[in-house]
Design a protein around this ligand. Structure first.
Ligand code: UD1
Ligand code: MG
Length: 470
């Protein structure tokens, strides 16, 4: 078998998306559409993948460089004159020795690498035919190019939906998924012969099918329509997301992860066996969930690491953070960017953290804001504590020593250090460093006025009545 190369067409406007974002950059399961066909081509063994970019290419090219590095080569289509014209732009960068090439569309994210391999084999096993293509049969063929066959059942041409003449043609349900494997010499020649005499005035790649039919045949390989959906509008985008989610969740379930219904898991996420993902959880980006971790109902975890046996209680948001083994977080906590929560640490309800390290066994169980801080081992942050880290111009850091205890409703005005095993009394506003083992107390003195409550009540009641009567 000769070397396999691939061309991915990704230069189109995607007008039906009605979007400022180029179609192929719309995300499905956390990755742009175009990622998937490129990845399928690489998995199928493509030596070089040439991606044709054009419309809004300044958004597409940096992504391709980041995601694939030198495994993809870019070709530019300056004007979007159709899929045939786009394919022609890739020819100059095809390796000289290339004998055959896969051509795929950047908007078919469910494509399977196995179908690409089968397609290449189909062409290999028909030495006289210059072209092979995937075919499929769909319930609703609207928008797809229809496959026309001759009286012997051989593919004779493809006609675009808009170029169909009558209802009988529109009723054809065998359609073109837009995935081909071509002999390179044939392709080069055929692309010089197509014209733009069609409803859209474009050069259609599909016109090479009729040319091949006359020069040895276009061989069809029937594939499962479910993996060949082309995304042209937001409804197809949503349908694709549903299929992709089902695939991702099935893969993790089979590998030993418990995943309840309603979870959304990006393709970029990793989950170890024996983790539990409860209903309605969303796992995004580079998130890793380790063995034994439980992510409870309604949590959103983004670009974060959850260590072994961590427990994330319901409705917690974790972003760009790292939770070490056995940490407990939530319910209703917000673990903001740059938080590191040490082994067996606890962060409870209505606590927000940001750019903060909590060392092992530290606790902040209720209603607190902890920003730009380091909280020492086994330290306790009481309910209602606020780390005042921002002076309106700059952020400042707070350090809490190991074993320190910060009483409820304290304010820590950064920059400030609280020493090892120090004690901050409830309601204190800490503006100076607190030495190791010291007690800091700073609150208004309380005064008790004996038997004053009835007098106060009488005054308040009278005031209310006067207001009501006037
Ligand atoms: C195309 C096929 C149609 C097939 C369908 C499968 C043609 C003429 N039609 O139609 O037979 O059933 O795919 O999904 O090929 N592109 C460019 N440059 C252009 C135009 C398009 O790079 O000038 C790229 C797009 O970015 C896209 C792909 O080619 O990734 C297909 O273009 P699209 O406009 O989606 O074609 P369809 O109407 O879906
Ligand atoms: Mg399309």
């Amino acid at each position: 078998m000769t070397e396999l190369n691939a061309i991915v067409l990704a230069a189109g406007h995607g007008k039906r998306m009605k979007s400022a974002v180029p179609k192929v950059m719309h995300p499905v399961a956390g990755r742009p559409l175009v990622y998937y066909p490129i990845s399928a081509a690489l998995t199928a063994g493509a030596h070089r993948v040439i991606v044709v970019v054009g419309h809004e290419r300044e958004q597409v090219m940096p992504y391709l460089a980041r995601a694939f590095g030198d495994r993809v080569v870019i070709a530019i289509q300056h004007e979007q004159n159709g899929t045939g014209h786009a394919t022609a732009q890739a020819l100059p960068v095809l390796p000289q020795r290339a004998h055959r090439v896969l051509i795929l569309c950047g908007d078919t994210p469910l494509l399977a690498a196995d179908d690409l391999r089968s397609l290449a084999k189909t062409l290999d096993s028909h030495p006289d035919a210059p072209l092979a293509m995937l075919t499929c049969t769909v319930d609703d063929p609207t928008g797809y190019g229809r496959i026309f066959r001759d009286e012997n059942g051989r593919i004779s041409e493809i006609r675009e939906h808009r170029d169909l003449d009558n209802d009988a043609q529109r009723a054809i349900r065998e359609v073109n998924p837009g995935v081909y494997c071509a002999n390179v010499d044939f392709l080069k020649e055929a692309l010089t012969q197509i014209d733009s005499n069609n409803a859209q005035g474009e050069l259609y790649l599909t016109d090479i099918v009729a040319l091949a039919a006359k020069q040895g045949g276009t061989i069809g390989f029937a594939a499962d329509a479910r993996s060949l959906v082309g995304v042209n509008d937001r409804a197809q985008l949503a349908a694709t997301e549903t299929v992709m989610q089902a695939r991702i969740i099935e893969k993790w379930r089979r590998s030993g992860v418990t995943i309840r219904d309603g979870a959304v898991i990006h393709d970029t996420v990793k989950i170890a066996p024996d983790a539990t993902i409860e209903n309605g959880v969303t796992l995004r980006g580079t998130t890793t969930v380790s063995a034994g971790a439980v992510v409870d109902v309604g949590c959103v975890i983004e670009d974060s690491f959850l260590g072994e046996n961590t427990i994330i209680r319901p409705y917690t948001v974790v972003s760009y953070s790292r939770l070490e083994a056995g940490a407990h977080v939530g319910p209703f906590a917000h673990i903001g960017a740059g938080t590191m929560i040490g082994t067996q640490s606890q962060v409870g309800n209505f606590v927000e953290t940001n750019k903060t390290i909590l060392h092992p066994h530290a606790k902040a169980n209720h209603l607190a804001y902890i920003g730009d801080a380091e909280v020492g081992q086994s330290a306790t942050i009481g309910a209602g504590t606020i780390f005042c880290n921002d002076d309106g111009y700059q952020k400042h850091r707070t350090r809490i020593g190991p074993g320190a205890f910060i009483g409820c409703n304290s304010k820590l005005v950064a920059p400030v250090d609280v020493g090892k095993n120090a004690y901050v009394a409830t309601g204190t506003t800490v503006t100076q460093d607190v030495p190791d083992e010291a007690l800091a107390i700073g609150r208004a003195q309380q005064e008790n006025k004996a038997d004053y409550a009835p007098t106060l009540r009488h005054q308040l009641k009278t005031a209310a009545r006067v207001k009501h009567e006037t």
